[in-house]
Design a protein around this ligand. Structure first.
Ligand code: NAP
Ligand code: MG
Length: 403
């Protein structure tokens, strides 16, 4: 069979530990036999980040700007223990943080649904994608603990030196105090990423905040979304037959639970942090959660939502076969290939991605799965727990069977 040709390389960001092993296996078993795989390779594995003083992470993000599509393996974010384990010269920053600050994007997380593993919320029939604004608010706050009585004020000094001053609170005793900010620029790019993603996915977009209480801060988010929608997306949404709607965050939570899914939920930074863990847990497993970073310029970086699965890797190093779930990593590849196919007008790439995803889902629905899923399995056939390698082999066999 002739392999599918690519014209533009994918930016390939290799990673660490168990996911690095899965990465190589996925390429060898499921991609290279079918695609004349063109990638520009960046090794974001911790040893190579150390060797290049993390320059490789910056280079890989810049390459993503150049080519438009990247696929990333999970990577270690160093902590004190890793500093020792990998003999690092310093505690390198989170690669995801570095990449995000260069691409300035929004992260969209979507669960992979299979029959036989039902969401905890019974009426969820379709995936819910969470878009988290990953900038500012409480994550860039300034905090204080007044030790006794005193006046807290909010002061803004403009470039000309003019002050605006408001009393926050007259403390009669000790307490706590916090300042937060966001920028129109970041909120606008968040909004554009969400509208663009919704158009691509042809799904409705929801956005929620608390503008009734936060009449300036949250209201600014609501206004920016509305302005950009009216000016740039209203007609496109109408053509695509999708809608945008804003509601209060507490109303959104209730609606999400009652919904059947199939939409994108844009969340402010903190809401997205909390709600993405709730939604992903309710859908089943972190190992079945995909993630894509979309920049306002239309660059895409696909990855799994989970980490490097360290515990399994230590077992692997002892020579044990592991039953680590490769689905989210596999879907990072199919997502990237599909997008590359779209941008380069190579329909065969998108068709292959669809076929590969369908084959992997069919394997699980047939009762063959990694250990993490067997605990959630409610299918008719008893679950057969296999190693990662055997799972990929089963997907390959299924793929070969598909016309
Ligand atoms: P993790 O790698 O997501 O794994 C946590 C646990 O979740 C695992 O021990 C395993 O549970 C289960 N799990 C996660 N993915 C799985 C999969 N594909 N198949 C089967 N089980 C899976 O999180 P972590 O242990 O907290 O972090 C490990 C490393 O990953 C850290 O160095 C962290 O910095 C990094 N990390 C990277 C990213 C990223 O690159 N995007 C994200 C998060 C964390 P059992 O052990 O019970 O089987
Ligand atoms: Mg969190």
């Amino acid at each position: 069979m002739e392999k599918i040709r690519m014209t533009t390389p994918l930016v390939e960001m290799d990673g660490d530990e168990m996911t690095r092993i899965l990465w190589a296996d996925i390429k060898k078993e499921l991609l290279e036999p079918y695609i004349d795989l063109k990638t520009e390779y960046y090794d974001l594995g911790l040893p190579h980040r150390e060797k290049t003083h993390d320059q490789v992470t910056i280079d890989s993000a810049n390459a993503t700007k150049k080519y438009g599509v990247a696929v990333k393996c999970a990577t270690i974010t160093p902590n004190a223990q890793r500093l020792e384990e990998y003999q690092l010269s310093q505690m390198w920053k989170s690669p995801n943080g570095t990449i995000r600050s260069i691409l300035d994007g929004t992260v969209f997380r979507t669960p992979i649904m299979v029959k036989g593993i039902s969401p905890v919320v019974r009426n969820w029939k379709k995936p819910i994608t969470i878009a988290r604004h990953a900038y500012g608010d409480v994550y860039k706050n300034t905090e204080l603990q007044p030790q006794g009585p005193g006046k807290a004020e909010l002061v803004f000094t403009d470039e000309a030196g003019r002050e605006t001053r408001q009393t926050i609170f007259d403390f009669q005793g000790p307490g706590v105090l916090q300042g937060q900010y966001n920028t129109d620029r970041s909120i606008s790019s968040f909004a554009r990423s969400c509208f663009q993603y919704a158009l691509d996915a042809r799904q409705e977009l929801w956005f929620a905040a608390k503008d009734t209480i936060s009449k300036q801060y949250d209201h600014r988010f609501k206004d920016i979304f509305q302005e950009i929608f009216e000016a740039e997306y209203k007609d496109k949404f109408a053509q695509a037959g999708i809608g945008y709607f804003y509601t209060l965050i507490d109303d959104a939570v209730a609606r999400v639970i009652r919904s059947e899914g199939g939409f994108i939920w844009a969340c402010k930074n903190y809401d997205g942090d909390v709600m993405s863990d709730m939604v992903s847990t309710a859908f089943g497993s972190l190992a079945m959660m995909t993630s894509v970073l979309v920049s306002p310029e239309g660059n895409y970086e696909y990855e799994a939502a989970h980490g490097t699965v360290t515990r399994h890797y230590y077992r692997y190093l002892k020579g044990e076969e592991t039953s680590t779930n490769p689905m989210a990593t596999l879907f990072a590849w199919t997502g990237a290939l599909r997008k590359r196919g779209e941008l380069d007008n190579i329909p065969a790439l998108g068709q292959f991605a669809d076929k590969l995803e369908a084959a992997s889902i069919a394997v699980i629905e047939g009762g063959v799965m990694t250990r993490d899923l067997s605990a959630l399995w409610e299918g008719e056939a008893p679950a057969r727990v296999v190693t990662s390698r055997d799972f990929l082999g089963a997907v390959r066999a299924q793929l070969e069977k598909t016309p």
